[in-house]
Design a protein around this ligand. Structure first.
Ligand SMILES: Nc1ncnc2c1ncn2[C@@H]1O[C@H](COP(=O)(O)OP(=O)(O)OP(=O)(O)O)[C@@H](O)[C@H]1O
Ligand SMILES: [Mg+2]
Length: 419
């Protein structure tokens, strides 16, 4: 433990030094107030014994300065006053001193007061260590919670793909049948009409096809392969390991991908439509996660519509005067009971049978929107369907939101940008 002794009176200073050194403390000396102030900043003593009256800065001034601008490290302050100035004691203590000693001092009293100071310094150090540990623990817990939230969002996409896998395979199978059939046909045409080797030997089959028909075959081959590419592309983007990146995105593509992914749930049962006009300003966000929200909302609507005749889901998007983008997903299902509206966003709230719904879908949508600085809400009356609104920030507001987030938690924002 380091103790600073500051007094312009050399005799008092030496007496203090020899008494305190005998207690096995490290001692540093200042001969005036300015030197004391300098040593407090540079040598960072644990205890400072400051004479009230010194040339340059007075002990009281130093105490007041430290009270107004505390140092990062705790310092125990003892003022040295003459014993004929009792009013000094209260002023000194009120100004921020922890203790006082009157001159001429009694050696035993000095020892006791120094050891009280040393005890307080030890408590403060222990408290600081515990605080540092708590801060570390709490930031670890926060990082862990963030990591869990990210895993949850990723797991949700995997579960969606898993439940849709059979339907998606079926969707790919249709164009694949077209591709296979057309390839067979083209092969036969090539053999009979184009390849001279086959022309002779297989002429008896009189197989022929017009050039228009060949062009049709190629067109439908192209269409089928584009369709397969789109399905696979949508799936791959959606399942993307790192969760996609933050960039300016196309709302139409998010809606198209979401409808594509939900096709197995809606096909032949629910009429889906979308009205996405061009949005006259750039919108920024994580397109994969925004698609994920739409998939969850369309999936929920499709589930709610299981007993509805002429079931309809309509998706729309619009720009607001504040340059926000609002998606809406509307269905004509049974709607949501008033008492459930608030609970929808809680994790594990579900009205679906055990094993069907986990109740995490909307909770995940809400977490994604919080990450985007946006909002998600619902309007619904029992018997009158439900409409979910997803509101995203303009590019400028989004950048501002992310910058503020980064200021608050630089490490976390860095990780979010990396996905
Ligand atoms: N469009 C809707 N119409 C009626 N009720 C809805 C609609 N969307 C959501 N809900 C209600 O909100 C509840 C919670 O939805 P959420 O997506 O969070 O979980 P879930 O669909 O039940 O399960 P999970 O999505 O985890 O498989 C649903 O169980 C349902 O009761
Ligand atoms: Mg759901």
């Amino acid at each position: 433990m380091k103790i600073l002794l500051a007094d312009d009176d050399l005799i008092t200073l030496r007496m203090l030094e020899s008494t305190i050194k005998r207690l096995n403390y490290e001692v540093i000396l200042a001969h005036d107030g300015n030197q004391a102030w300098e040593l407090i900043q540079t040598a960072k003593p644990d205890i400072a014994l400051l004479d009230w009256l010194m040339p340059g800065l007075e002990g009281l001034e130093i105490v007041q300065r430290l009270k107004n601008n505390p140092l990062p490290k705790f310092i125990y302050l003892i003022l040295l006053t003459s014993n004929d100035r009792t009013e000094d004691i209260t002023t000194g203590l009120d100004s921020g001193a922890n203790d006082y000693i009157t001159k001429p001092f009694d050696k035993d009293e000095l020892k006791s007061r120094i050891s009280v100071g040393a005890r307080v310094v030890e408590y403060e150090k222990r408290l600081e260590r515990m605080n540092a540990e708590l801060r570390k623990y709490s930031s670890e817990m926060e990082a862990l919670a963030q990591e869990r939230a990210r895993q949850l969002v990723q797991a949700d996409r995997m579960v969606t793909l898993g439940t849709m896998a059979a339907g998606i395979a079926h969707e790919i199978n249709n164009p694949l049948t077209v591709v296979q059939g057309n390839i067979k046909l083209i092969k036969r045409v090539w053999m009979h009409d184009v390849n001279p080797v086959f022309q002779e030997s297989e002429r008896h089959q009189k197989f022929s096809i017009g050039s228009n028909a060949i062009s049709d075959l190629f067109n439908s081959l192209e269409k089928a392969s584009v369709r397969m590419h789109n399905i696979i592309d949508g799936m791959r983007t959606f399942a993307h390991g790192n969760g996609g990146e933050i960039a300016i995105f196309n709302p139409q593509e998010c809606v198209d991908d979401a409808l594509e992914i939900c096709m197995p749930k809606t096909k032949n049962r629910v009429e889906t439509s979308a009205n996405i006009p061009p949005i006259p300003f750039p919108v920024k966000g994580n397109a994969v996660q925004i698609t994920q929200i739409l998939v969850n909302l369309i999936g929920n609507a499709a589930d709610a519509l299981s007993g509805t005749k002429d079931a309809v889901i309509h998706i729309s998007a619009q720009g607001t005067p504040q340059n926000h983008l609002i998606f809406s997903v509307q269905d004509n299902g049974p709607g949501i009971l008033q008492e459930n509206i608030e609970k929808l966003w809680n994790p594990f709230f579900t009205t679906k049978p055990v094993g069907i719904g986990t109740g995490l879908g909307l909770f995940i949508c809400k977490s994604i929107m919080e990450e985007h600085g946006g909002k998600i809400r619902v309007e619904s009356k029992p018997g009158q369907g439900a409409t979910f609104f997803v509101e995203l920030l303009s590019e400028a507001e989004f950048d501002h939101f992310m910058a503020e987030k980064e200021k608050k938690n630089p490490q976390e924002s860095e990780e979010a940008r990396e996905g």
